[in-house]
Design a protein around this ligand. Sequence first.
Ligand SMILES: *[C@@H]1O[C@H](CO)[C@@H](O)[C@H](O)[C@H]1NC(C)=O
Ligand SMILES: *[C@@H]1O[C@H](CO)[C@@H](O)[C@H](O)[C@H]1NC(C)=O
Ligand SMILES: *[C@@H]1O[C@H](CO)[C@@H](O)[C@H](O)[C@H]1NC(C)=O
Ligand SMILES: *[C@@H]1O[C@H](CO)[C@@H](O)[C@H](O)[C@H]1NC(C)=O
Length: 500
Amino acid sequence: MKFFSTTLWPLAFQLFLGLEANAKPGFVGGVSRDSSQYTILTHDEYPTYSVRIREQHDDVCEAHSRQYTGWLDFEGKHMFFWYFDSQNDPVNDPLTLWLTGGPGVSSMIAGLFLELGPCRIKENGTGVDYHPYAWTKNTSMIFIDQPTGTGFSYADDGVELPSDSFMSAEDLYIFLYTFLTKVFPEKMEVPFHISGESYGGHYIPALSAEILKQNKIHPHRPQIPLQSVLIGNGFVSPMDTTFGYYETLCTTKPGVEAPVFNETRCTIIAETLPRCLYVHEACYKYPDEKLCKAADEICISIRDLYDQEAGAGSRDPYDITRKCEVEHLCYDGAVEVETYLNQPHILESLGIPDVLGNFSIESPQIVDNFKKGNDLYANTMEQVKYTLENGVDVLIYNGNLDLACNTAGNLRWTNALSWNGQAPFSAQDLKPWYTADEKGNKAQAGSFKEVLAYATPEASTKRRFAFVTVDKSGHMVPLQQPAVSLELYNRWIFGKPIDL
Ligand SMILES: *[C@@H]1O[C@H](CO)[C@@H](O)[C@H](O)[C@H]1NC(C)=O
Ligand SMILES: *[C@@H]1O[C@H](CO)[C@@H](O)[C@H](O)[C@H]1NC(C)=O
Ligand SMILES: *[C@@H]1O[C@H](CO)[C@@H](O)[C@H](O)[C@H]1NC(C)=O
Ligand SMILES: *[C@@H]1O[C@H](CO)[C@@H](O)[C@H](O)[C@H]1NC(C)=O
């Protein structure tokens, strides 16, 4: 584990104490750029929690708005964030959190610098430049490296790292509560949204449920104004994801001319699926580690038909029409972001202490912890239901060419989700939705269906639950369809119809 060494703690501590403390409540801008300087904000409710924050400038990320980085320091954990003001109206525009998946992949990689941040890595990896389809056009955004141990987030020696999405959600709640009450208290007045991708299908429902639970437990505390969650190519239900392998590889439905697999292989998948589902359902019902591992052993024989052939120069599990460029994440861009962030002047500007070592895309220790914590095999449908039933809208969107978190699997669990909107939702077929293409002509962007339903008998307002697909895109919709992704994002955030 990179950031976790015995020499780390004393140095990080020294750095922390060496700073000029500025314990003013609420954040004031104009922080010095000297690498030893941060503004430090403390919390009166939690005197041992504090936030180190400093302003960043366009030479690190051309953002066209104000940006800040720093850490929340609490209980021996140090959670890194990168915040951007909205480019439009930072005072009144909503605030959105972004969480990249993994588990254990940095939100700086897939999220900020590769997909939807205000600056993105250039084609040839020689630096970053302004991204015209950034999600910060009309919303302020915060990218967080979590679970602690991921990316630039680290823990002191001997501090336990999270081993499931629920433990990480507890830390994230503390982060958000501190951030929204102490760092940018004015953000309590604007709607808050949680977005993310991939393993975010676990993180996001766990976090929204945690926020809603904490809001209920502490009715006299400031309430985090959570309005909606957006899950892109999410890993919500592992069992359904495996089910979706058949449709993705054995039909032309993802938007391919011929199925990827031949009949021999498709027959193997079809004939293995019933047993995979049967045992995985048992794991959902009785989430015992041994039982879930047994389920996965059966189901993995389906996924391995493709995954064993995936890798650099070969099949790409994130886009069935694409060739994988580099091992694991398959995109050269991910490695280029890592190289970009590891340049000495960037590390210095961010104030990364030397002893933290280099930035790395993924934390193997978090992957290991989450395996042991049984998180990889669990589903978060219960938390999605809880989210809807406690006043928060849910958007599930999916690039159709993705296999790893495929459309068919996500459609299956959204139809199966037991809540008051289930019947009208599952009764609908998908219908097309449109955006304007580069020439301004109306072009089909994908398909969708949605319901507005009273989620509980007591509810006074209807909840919105939508499933939206994006054509010609794999796992990372904002990377592969930037204009469509921004259009969908803004339509959702500002409460417009999916198809205008
Ligand atoms: C988004 O920002 C643009 C200008 O940056 C503004 O014209 C537009 O009204 C904003 N949209 C919303 C929904 O606030
Ligand atoms: C990278 O691309 C930019 C233009 O996008 C070009 O100016 C630059 O020379 C390229 N650098 C390398 C090393 O290829
Ligand atoms: C089906 O595909 C597999 C893997 O590419 C190959 O080994 C097998 O020979 C193919 N079967 C037929 C009947 O084409
Ligand atoms: C850190 O990254 C830099 C630049 O990519 C590289 O030169 C250096 O060897 C790396 N150090 C370690 C300890 O991996």
